[in-house]
Design a protein. Structure first.
Length: 266
């Protein structure tokens, strides 16, 4: 993985802000972990690997639900691996999704939630997912819609560009709910896709600004960039101005994701 990605997830705070914002400010109930579990219909005895496990909330939920099979959290970030190791019954492993350090046919279930757009070569990662999952096992991948929070994302990008920040072609701009089914079918064959549409809705500027700062990293503005504070100040002023000029209005940004599942065949 890139050094930029390592730096982005060295501090789990932005990720937690993003997760908490989706939980608190979604227009409709937002529980992607529950949606993934519904798609998998687990018995509770499976050996499950969660690739790109983040702060291990998903794995902790499985433990709380009484999952009895082995649980593994894989991430490139030492902080996220430590979070997985801190959950009783979960083992954390630091590894790249393109080179998973396990034998063929190791896992009953492999999940990769909101992480594939961080991988420079998604097809290689998908082949690793297939290699390490047993025949008859299930791989579930979650990615966002391309247009998720488009209004706010464009605002962040515009302010970054005003300071000459080169956002480049970040991976999340090319792996989304439209491109994922084709990528997966190339590797697995038949793929089942479940679409979930929603929106973030804010009636005050503070949580929107907090969320905007939390997406700086994924959009290519590193924590140590010298103009980061200036970008945030200008963006904050724009957001506050929008609410001042639209009294009684809410800021609404559509969002959503798909869960694509595939059963591994021989």
């Amino acid at each position: 993985m890139s050094s930029r990605l390592d730096a982005e997830y060295a501090d789990p705070t932005p990720l937690r802000v993003r997760i908490d914002t989706h939980e608190r400010y979604s227009e409709e109930p937002h529980d992607p972990s529950a949606d993934v579990l519904a798609a998998l219909d687990l018995s509770g005895t499976e050996y499950l690997a969660d690739v790109g496990c983040g702060d291990a909330r998903f794995l902790a939920k499985l433990v709380a639900l009484g999952h009895r099979g082995p649980l593994l959290g894989i991430d490139t970030s030492a902080a996220m691996v430590a979070a997985a190791d801190s959950v009783p019954g979960v083992r954390g492993i630091r590894a790249d999704a393109r080179r998973i350090p396990f034998d063929d046919n190791s896992f009953d279930v492999l999940t990769a939630r909101h992480m594939l757009y961080h991988v420079p070569d998604p097809a290689t990662a998908l082949r690793e997912f297939r290699r390490t999952t047993k025949p008859g096992g299930t791989v579930a991948v979650v990615v966002n819609h391309a247009e998720t929070c488009l209004h706010l994302g464009e605002l962040v990008d515009a302010h970054a560009a005003s300071y000459g920040i080169d956002l480049g072609e970040t991976p999340f701009r090319s792996v989304d709910s439209e491109t994922l089914p084709g990528l997966m079918s190339d590797v697995f064959g038949a793929v089942r896709v479940q679409r979930h549409d929603n929106a973030l809705v804010f009636d005050t500027p503070a949580p929107l600004i907090r969320f905007a700062e939390a997406i700086f990293g994924p959009r290519g503005i590193p924590a140590d960039h010298p103009d980061r504070d200036a970008v945030l100040a200008d963006l904050s002023a724009d957001v506050e101005d929008w609410f001042a000029h639209h009294p009684g209005r809410t800021w609404r940004d559509p969002k959503g994701y798909v869960i694509a599942t595939a059963v591994v065949t021989d």
